[in-house]
Design a protein. Structure first.
Length: 280
């Protein structure tokens, strides 16, 4: 009676089939074991693309952002039906932000209107991504929250002052008058305050917390948000924004509401670009 070794040598399909499948099975086991690191790999590529745009060659950074967008779409397709699917799908919004800002014909418009012109397609893309990811309005923070939202909103003024002292940007309006301030302030409130908070603290954070857990998801989204500020050419500002993103993220995680952080983000940018440059 031959043993299993002689059957294998004689060409028995079962043992040989198992031997052939062993390396492949180990490969898939390794992928599953380290799949929690894959979002950070994409985050690293995003960082490299932003560094290229900021310090080396804008065109090369643009190509890398486009490649990252396509890779994330492919990754989302492969992950369809898993808990990582919403994360990879909504993470496409990060390279999309830079692709739109670099590719749209904005040169003929005043700088403040750039936020409007890039914010409209971003809002549309964010809405589609949230729908495809299966995120409800409540998942994305569409609820009023508690009275705690008011002091959170007011943090926008000192945060704007702190970032102004770091960046010292030129004012986006010629004079500090209501006529000059009203429309630019509304644009900044809606298209930086609301749209950016919807993307990062609403949609992306909800997806990241599902895929990575509350703490790691929070830090991951703060990292992505900070990386997209590399083009301000200030390492101090990147660390500052990372801290602000953690604060905003914890507020939304606790309150499940975007109201306070939307107002705080809007006030930060209104004071940063419209108010403090005229006062200091």
């Amino acid at each position: 009676m031959p043993d299993h070794r002689s059957l294998a040598m004689a060409g028995s399909p079962e043992p040989l089939g198992r031997l052939r499948e062993l390396p492949r099975a180990r490969g898939f086991d390794a992928l599953r074991r380290y799949r929690h690191l894959l979002p950070w790999v994409y985050g690293t590529v995003l960082t490299l693309a932003e560094l290229l745009v900021a310090f080396m060659k804008v065109q090369a950074g643009m190509y890398l952002h486009i490649g990252l967008l396509l890779a994330l779409l492919a990754q989302a397709t492969l992950a369809h039906g898993s808990r990582e699917y919403p994360l990879y799908l909504t993470l496409t919004l990060a390279p999309l932000i830079r692709i739109l800002s670099l590719s749209m014909p904005l040169a003929g418009f005043p700088l403040v209107y750039w936020y409007l012109l890039t914010g409209l397609p971003l809002f549309a893309g964010a809405s589609v991504a949230a729908y495809l990811a299966g995120l409800s309005l409540r998942d994305c923070g569409f609820r009023p929250g508690s009275i705690y939202q008011l002091p959170v909103a007011l943090t926008g003024l000192p945060l704007g002052l702190a970032e102004y002292l770091i960046l010292r940007p030129q004012p986006l309006v010629p004079e500090l008058t209501w006529a000059d301030l009203l429309l630019p302030a509304l644009i900044l409130l809606v298209f930086t305050g609301f749209v950016e908070e919807l993307i990062f603290r609403g949609i992306l954070q909800a997806a990241a917390r599902r895929a990575m857990g509350d703490t790691r998801g929070l830090y991951f989204v703060a990292f992505i948000f900070a990386v997209l500020h590399i083009t301000h050419l200030s390492a101090l500002d990147v660390f500052f924004v990372f801290g602000v993103a953690l604060f905003f993220g914890r507020v939304v995680s606790r309150e499940n509401s975007l109201l306070g952080v939307t107002l705080a983000h809007g006030l930060t940018n209104i004071s940063l670009y419209l108010v403090w440059p005229h006062l200091l």
